[in-house]
Ligand binder design. Structure first.
Ligand code: NAD
Length: 478
């Protein structure tokens, strides 16, 4: 059998121990891999590479297109960018697939019937990494959600459900509050869902959805969600299934894929032969399936299930009475190796089949008529009450463009604000035309110039557009 080239990073903290355990098991199971090892993470950060990865590592990844990655440590503090986020975005790994399964009665859990797959959007949302400090007191992080990005992840979730015999896809969003970004996610979910009539669809606001997931996960099957909710809730899902150390993940792109554990580098457990290698192992099993070695994937997964069944457990899942033997990382790997070729007796055995990679595409977008109708000018100001600012800004106009409303942290404070509303030094001043007619950029520049000439510290502008006559900006609270 031809060996498949893959790129491997041993990572930081518990990374090297769990990667060695995983590769030892693969070796014994007969996985056909040609491994290129790269160094990423802490050592690279500490020798000055702010992204935690260097040019030759990128070359390897772009050559093999398959990355098996142990967790890495992102040093605390400014200046260091998360390598995980960078890798996912640079390689276009838009879908993060995170199964969370319980293994009762062998691994203690309150949820013996749990078998949930979280499909997390992987490139957008608050992970765009666009953050600014705009005033002394106010910081901002931009939540970016695109229609093509959303179409791809939602379609991936439905295709995943269809090809894996899953019956239901649920969408978690906060579209009652974020009507544009999460609202788009819901809209796309509803549009695309129609194309999958055999699959049950449901939609929950993420807060109650998360509560239901934590309380009764067996009511869910596949859950698709934006990046941040998926990040948080996949850890919750893994932990309530038995341990965060049990869940693996596949990061899928059109050309490349990355496989990893969902947990981090657990630095406090490092170097003590303690960590559970299962999360990385199951991520790596997804890799074997992806690169067309389903037989080896089946063999490893079943041997691993048998090991759990035999009560051979690392510290995180070891429970007196349920478990038989508490083992370290190396001994756990040896126990799996000793069971290669065996299948579990009680837990359902798995059987991976040769499958085609799921291909999803976003539809070309339909051109809409985009008209500039106003501007939000943000001002750093702390010289009085809202009416002091409003009464001056009302005197600045450009053609029909004039002050409509001022908000502070999103709440209307002028005109007719409440004295109880707490105000910071960050004011959003909305200028619109009196009759809704379109404006041009020159009018915005004119207004901006009037304000800066009068001594106002304008910190940013946000253009207000309509698309086919529908406002492309949120209404004001209050
Ligand atoms: P963590 O996931 O590393 O650890 C959280 C808790 O889970 C700890 O109590 C740890 O002991 C336990 N745990 C995690 N993995 C385990 C395993 N395999 N076996 C047994 N117990 C395990 O989260 P953290 O402490 O918040 O983060 C540590 C570092 O990892 C940070 O630098 C963070 O940036 C990084 N991180 C990396 C990744 C990644 O590389 N994909 C993901 C998350 C966090």
């Amino acid at each position: 059998m031809v060996k498949t080239p893959i790129t491997v990073a041993y990572g930081d903290g518990i990374g090297p121990e769990i990667m060695t355990a995983t590769l030892d098991i693969f070796d014994a199971a007969g996985a056909q891999l040609e491994i290129e090892t790269i160094e990423i993470g802490e050592k690279v950060y500490l020798r000055g590479g702010s992204s935690g990865i260097e040019a030759d590592a990128w070359e390897s990844l772009r050559r093999t297109k398959v990355f098996l990655k142990a967790p890495i440590t992102t040093p605390q503090g400014g200046g260091f960018k998360s390598l995980n986020v960078t890798t996912r975005k640079a390689l276009g790994l838009y879908a993060n697939v995170r199964p969370a399964v319980s293994y009762a009665p062998f691994v203690e859990t309150k949820h013996p019937l749990m078998n949930v797959v979280i499909v997390r959007e992987n490139e957008e949302d608050l992970y765009a990494g666009i953050e600014h400090r705009q005033t002394q007191d106010v910081y901002q992080c931009l939540k970016v959600v695109s229609r093509p990005g959303t179409e791809k992840i939602v379609r991936y979730a439905f295709e995943y459900a269809r090809s894996n015999g899953r019956k239901k896809v649920t969408c978690f969003v906060k579209d009652n509050i974020m009507k544009f970004t999460d609202g788009l996610f819901t809209k796309v979910f509803e549009e695309i869902g129609v194309e999958y009539p055999e699959i049950e669809k449901e939609h929950w606001i993420v807060d109650i959805g998360a509560a239901k997931l934590a309380d009764n996960p067996s009511q869910f099957d596949v859950i698709v969600m934006p990046n941040l909710y998926g990040d948080i809730l996949s850890d919750v899902a893994a932990q309530i299934s038995g341990s965060v150390g049990l869940a693996g993940s596949a990061n899928i792109g059109e050309q490349c894929a990355m496989f990893e554990a969902i947990h981090g580098s657990a630095p406090r457990r490092a170097g003590q032969n303690l960590a559970n290698p299962s999360g990385l192992l199951l991520g790596a099993v997804m890799m074997l399936q992806h690169i067309g070695q389903p037989d080896v994937a089946t063999k490893v997964h079943n041997a691993w299930l048998k090991t759990l069944e035999d009560g051979i457990h690392t510290y995180d899942i070891y429970r007196e009475g349920t478990s038989k033997e508490k083992v370290g990382t190396k001994e756990f790997a040896q126990a799996v190796i000793a069971r290669l070729g065996q299948t579990p007796q009680t837990l359902p055995a798995v059987e991976y089949k040769e499958t085609q990679a799921l291909k999803v595409e976003a539809k070309p977008s339909i051109d809409q008529k985009k008209e500039l109708v106003g501007v939000d000018i943000f001002v750093n100001w702390k010289d009085g009450a809202p009416k002091d600012l409003g009464s001056v800004l009302e005197t600045f106009t450009s053609s029909k463009l004039g002050l409509k409303v001022i908000t502070n942290r999103g709440v209307k404070v002028f005109p007719d604000g409440f004295p109880e509303t707490f105000c910071t030094d960050h004011w959003r001043c909305r200028f619109l035309t009196t009759d809704g007619s379109p404006i041009n950029h020159g009018q915005i520049i004119d207004l901006y110039t009037q304000m800066t000439n009068a001594g106002y510290d304008c910190i940013k502008t946000e253009n207000l557009y309509t698309f086919d006559g529908v406002a492309g900006y949120s209404a004001v609270h209050g």
